[in-house]
Design a protein around this ligand. Structure first.
Ligand code: PLP
Length: 383
């Protein structure tokens, strides 16, 4: 059976050259980069070299990069590290559509007495910028807003948010886990003070990410230990992962054009063909500026989980935004924030493509998905 992988926002396949870049650090160059003997030399050089390549990719200084174990860690370090650096400011601004790696650390702050403004979004996924302007004061410790939403792909106007942050001298954290590697992303263009990234979202391995902290930002480390990452994130470096993230950044850079052209075209074809075949289908955030690989489609009257099982049976891997809690499915907080009813949200599926998605993959999906949807609907109606 054919497998069509359309769940790249969950994780991407490791690119072959990226995989090869890891091998030496599990075999002959296994040493600890902090070791004084010769077996520490190559690993230490690999971390230095990876830092330089990643800095070039992101348009930041090498000293601004802090390697972490994942995007979640980078988000946590960013949030806690900022509020701990200025104990006088007790207000945080974020949005209702952030990933749980941002929402949950902020909820923790709220339980500790911080005031939190959760910015709403409209049906298109656009942030309420007026509310942002009204909410931010010089008592605000942090603004944390994602670059692109993981469920819908909708991009936020980070430039405009950065201007508001700067006007009030408030640090801006941007969770760019879903943007980096899919659209051009340079620190200076974005205007953020802190940025989180994760290698496994751009054809690198799982378990390695980075937090970029712009020079001059008042930020306090969370982990305490040795002097790795200049004491900002102690712990023996994941040398293979760090080397691989640098290789993945180069893979991503060389495929940005493909995202802008072929990946976007394939995503649009997928949506167009499905909507032609099933006219009541809708696309969440369809009219908004989106990263080119993501489509979140609703199939009214259907249960996304039933549909996902049938898609999986024919080899199509996608995902639903809802999460299973104690046996019951809760609607996606992102789609709920966009104003979808629980029934509408429960009918939505995310398809996320990558530079490895082919025309044949999408042709297969545009055959199979309408067939399965019609079949399920017939069954639902007759049941
Ligand atoms: N932020 C966003 C927007 C994400 O989509 C994800 C993962 O899906 C994360 C953070 C967490 O990244 P990681 O899986 O590396 O912890």
């Amino acid at each position: 059976m054919r497998t069509v992988y359309l769940d790249n926002n969950a994780t991407t396949p490791v690119a072959p050259a990226v995989f090869e870049s890891m091998r030496p650090f599990y075999t002959e160059h296994f040493g600890n980069p902090s070791s004084g003997h010769h077996l520490g030399d190559k690993p230490a050089e690999a971390v230095r070299n990876a830092r330089a390549r990643l800095a070039a990719f992101l348009g930041c200084l090498e000293t601004e990069i802090i390697f972490t174990s994942c995007g979640t860690e980078a988000d946590n370090l960013a949030i806690r590290g900022i509020v701990d650096a200025d104990r006088n400011r007790r207000h945080v601004v974020t949005s209702l559509v952030e990933h749980s790696a941002v929402l949950n650390p902020i909820k923790r702050l709220e339980s500790q007495g911080f005031r939190v403004t959760y910015l709403p979004v409209d049906r298109a996924g656009h942030l309420d910028m007026n509310m942002l302007r009204d909410a931010v004061t010089n008592q605000t410790a942090l603004i944390s807003v994602m670059f692109a939403n993981n469920e819908t792909g909708v991009m936020h106007p980070i430039h405009d948010i950065a201007k508001i942050a700067r006007a009030h001298d408030v640090p801006l954290h941007v969770d760019a886990v879903q943007g980096v590697g899919k659209v051009p992303f340079k620190m200076n263009d974005v205007g953020a003070d802190l940025v989180s990234i994760s290698a496994h979202k751009f054809h690198g391995p799982k378990g390695v990410g980075a937090l970029i902290v712009k020079k001059g930002t008042r930020w306090t480390p969370m982990l305490l230990g040795g002097s790795q990452e200049r004491g900002r994130r102690p712990g023996t470096e994941n040398v293979a992962g760090i080397a691989a993230m640098a290789a993945a950044s180069e893979y991503a850079e060389s495929h940005l054009e493909r995202y802008a052209t072929d990946v976007r075209r394939l995503r649009d074809e997928l949506e167009h063909e499905i909507m032609q075949a099933i006219p009541d289908t809708f696309v969440n955030g369809g009219g908004s500026e989106r990263i080119p690989n993501t489509s979140n489609m609703g199939f009214p009257g259907l249960d996304a989980h039933a549909l996902l099982v049938r898609l999986d049976e024919v080899g199509i891997c996608a995902s639903a935004g809802s999460a299973c809690h104690s046996g019951a499915f809760e609607p996606s907080h992102v789609l709920s924030a966009m104003g979808l009813t629980p029934e509408e949200a429960a009918s939505c599926i995310r398809f996320s493509l990558s530079a490895m998605t082919t025309d044949e993959d999408i042709a297969y999906c545009t055959e199979e998905i309408p067939r399965i949807v019609h079949h399920l609907r017939r069954n639902f109606i007759s049941a």
